[in-house]
Structure formats: C-alpha cells, structure tokens
Write a protein that binds this ligand. Structure first.
Ligand code: PLP
Length: 409
C-alpha cells in the first residue's frame, strides 16, 4: 500500500463556497421565482479585451506556419513579454527590476503555492487574519504547519489580525518571523497600504532577514498614483521581497491564465550548511524542472495588454468595476453601514449593521434582498461579522442589488 501526504488530512474542509451554494439552493427551492444577484464572486464578468483577442488570433495563425510555429518556449517566459513587463510595470515607475527577474506563469495562485517548494519547513510564517486562504492551505499541504486547533488556527502559523482598529493593516509581529504574506490591494478586505506602511514591513524584513511574499494581484485597481503599486516602490525591497502579479483581474484573464512573479537576484537564503544561496537560482531550477511555460498564444495575448489599445481597454475594464465598487460603497454608506475597501480594490468589506455573525448577515441579505455576499468569517476568525461584496458584476445587477438592500434600511 502506498502512503499519502497526510498533511492534506490536516486541511479544514473547503466549505465556504459549497456552503454558500447550498444555502442559496435551499432558499431557491422554497422560492423558485426569486431573482438572485450574486455579489459573492471573485471572478471577472467582462469579456477579454479586443487587443488581446486579436494578438492571440494572430499567434494562432503564426503557429499554423512552418516559420511561425513555436514548440516548447523558455520556462521563464518569452523575453519580449518579460522586457515589456519590466519596462512598463517597474522601470518606468523608477523600480530597479530587470526582465530576467520576471518569471511568467499560469497564475498567481500557482506561484504563491509553488514558491514553498524552495523554502524550508523550518521557517516561521505569518499570515493575516482574514486572508486569501491559498497562503494557509498551501503551507498546510507542504507540511509547514501543525494541526488545526478547535478555534480554527493552524499550529505553527502566526496570525496577524487585520481589523477596523488597525485599518486592516497588520501590525508588525513582536517576534522574528521568517516569511510574511502581504496582499495589497487586499482580498478580502479591500484595504490598501501606504508607502509608510510598506516601508515599515521592508525595514522589519531587512532587520530580521525575513522574506515578504507580496501579492499584488489587484494592483491595477489602485486609483491613486501616490500609493505604492509594488513592493519594489520601497527602497530595500530588492533584498527581502518577492512579488506576485496576475493578468486575471487586470485584463479578464481568469480563464486564459497568465501571471508573473518578480524575484530579485539580491534575495538569498541559507542552506543546511549555513551557506547563502540565491532564491532566484532555486526558483529558476524549480521552474525548469517542473514547469514548461505558458503557451506562446497566451503570452502574445498578455503582451497586447501593454499596447496602446490594450492599455485603453483595460483602463475601461477597471473603471467599470471600480464604478460598481463606488456604487456599492456609496449606497451602503447612505443607509449608515460601516464599510471598508472598495476605493482601490474591487471588494467592499461590509460590517453586519445589526451586529450578528457573518452567516446571519448572509442569510438576512439572501432572504430579504435576494443578494448573495461572501461571509467574512470564511476568510478567517477576524473576518467574523463582515461580508465581502464584489464589484465583478453587471451595472444593472449592482444597482438593483443596492436598491434592494437600501430599501430594507
Ligand atoms: N491572489 C489573490 C489575492 C487572489 O484573490 C487571487 C484570485 O482570486 C489570486 C491571487 C489568483 O490569481 P490567478 O488567477 O493569477 O491564479
């Protein structure tokens, strides 16, 4: 008999979205004519930009010719895409990142999980509470945690609460932590960090020799040019941070799949003999062995995001979702709700106005307004009492949902 990776058995059942679907199904069974509006989803709703589609169609035609055919590509991604990204997203903003520090991938979810392949289980790890659940579950699977406690916390992880009291920005840990996950703009709370917040984290990491895993999947939603768009806007981050970026939400690539990680060559870790090793070398080795790159066609589609037409189209996409977020924010504010996020992120984090649990709030909105949100407690204990509403929907659905909710109050 083979033995399995028993770490998987430590995982808490992934009950959040099945539980939401079950409650919605049960409700619809009793009220079959109900028009349910789902503001719980974290997936985009608008189609792919025309610039990306034309580039991908042209790439398919190229692939049908002997001269234009592409087989296995470079595991790190084509240099023309990496150079475009390095220039547009980093160098043009004054960040010192070179194209060979960019690794193209099929998603940030995979990148932030796969990164654990090259990190030892001896590192101490901190995540925020609430949090994007992948950071926790991938560490559990890799055997970097103990069992889950009756309160729902994994042994061996440090949880940094993010609440209204700290403006949803985690305070620096009192003790030394080796690996810290940060996500800005934040999923689920919609919070954004200022430059001085990130400077505190970079200084902490430099002082303790820590590594920051910085998830910037929602970077494109930042509305204020003075806010940091990248951890590499901060001096010293080259020595202590890896950044994850994705085209999923930026350009409607959730089903097309393309993302990238930025791994500066300055970051080092210590091996079992106490010698310094470059993280870049390990990740390159990992990708060359376990990954065969993103398809040529998709990389051409991603490159087109940076064309003049592509930039115009993605600005329209982001503006559309951010207008939805503003409508949600303003309408709920009018009826006196406590609301957070939604200004530099497609998520609005809503406090239960009558002080019950997240699930009570969920049921209340489902039954009274036929609107579905995502219970904040599903992202961690400190999310209890909140609901996440997403701006990824049609304008008419967002407006109708807000009319229904506000007329209840
Ligand atoms: N990081 C965060 C914070 C997310 O919310 C998501 C998707 O919802 C991802 C990463 C995953 O992105 P990708 O589609 O590139 O895998």
């Amino acid at each position: 008999m083979i033995s399995i990776n028993s770490n998987y058995q430590k995982l808490k059942a992934n009950y959040l979205f099945p539980a939401i679907n079950e409650r919605v199904r049960n409700f619809v069974d009793t009220q079959p004519k109900t028009d349910i509006i789902r503001l719980g989803i974290g997936d985009v709703t608008k189609p792919l930009p025309a610039a990306c589609r034309s580039a991908m169609k042209a790439a398919i035609d190229e692939m049908g010719t002997v001269e234009g055919f592409h087989g296995y590509g470079p595991e790190q991604g084509y240099s023309w895409l990496r150079e475009t990204i390095a220039y547009h997203d980093f160098q043009s903003r004054g960040c010192d990142i070179s194209s060979d520090e960019i690794f193209i991938s099929d998603g940030s979810k995979c990148d932030c999980s796969n990164m654990l392949d090259i990190l030892s289980k001896n590192n101490s790890i901190a995540v925020t509470d609430p949090v994007y659940p992948v950071y926790i579950d991938s560490n559990v699977m890799a055997g970097h945690t103990g069992d889950i406690s009756s309160e729902g916390y994994y042994e061996g992880l440090t949880y940094l609460p993010i609440t209204a009291d700290n403006n949803f920005i985690a305070s620096l840990p009192k003790k030394k932590i080796d690996i810290i996950y940060l996500c800005f703009p934040n999923n689920p709370t919609g919070a954004i960090a200022t430059k001085s917040h990130l400077e505190e984290w970079v200084n902490y990491a430099l002082k303790h020799g820590s590594l920051i895993l910085f998830d910037a999947a929602y970077e494109a939603f930042i509305q204020d040019p003075d806010l940091p768009h990248s951890i590499f806007d901060i001096n010293g981050a080259r020595q202590c941070a890896i950044e994850f970026r994705s085209f999923s939400k930026t350009a409607g690539f959730t089903g097309t799949r393309c993302a990238f990680s930025v791994i500066p060559k300055d970051i080092t870790g210590i091996n079992h003999e106490g010698n310094k090793v470059k993280i870049w070398d390990l990740w390159m080795r990992r990708q060359s062995t376990k990954f065969n790159g993103v398809s040529y066609i998709v990389q051409r589609g991603a490159e087109a995001i940076y064309s003049a037409e592509g930039q115009k189209e993605i600005k329209q996409l982001i503006n559309f979702y951010m207008t939805n977020a503003t409508i949600i924010y303003k309408e709920l504010e009018k009826v006196g709700f406590n609301i957070y996020g939604g200004q530099h992120a497609p998520y609005v984090w809503v406090k239960n106005p009558v002080g019950q649990t997240s699930w009570d709030f969920f049921d209340h909105l489902l039954k009274q307004a036929n609107v579905v949100g995502t219970p904040g407690s599903g992202f961690g204990k400190a999310g209890e009492g909140y609901l996440r509403l997403s701006a990824f929907n049609s304008r008419i659905n967002v407006e109708t949902a807000m009319n229904r909710i506000t007329s209840m109050y």
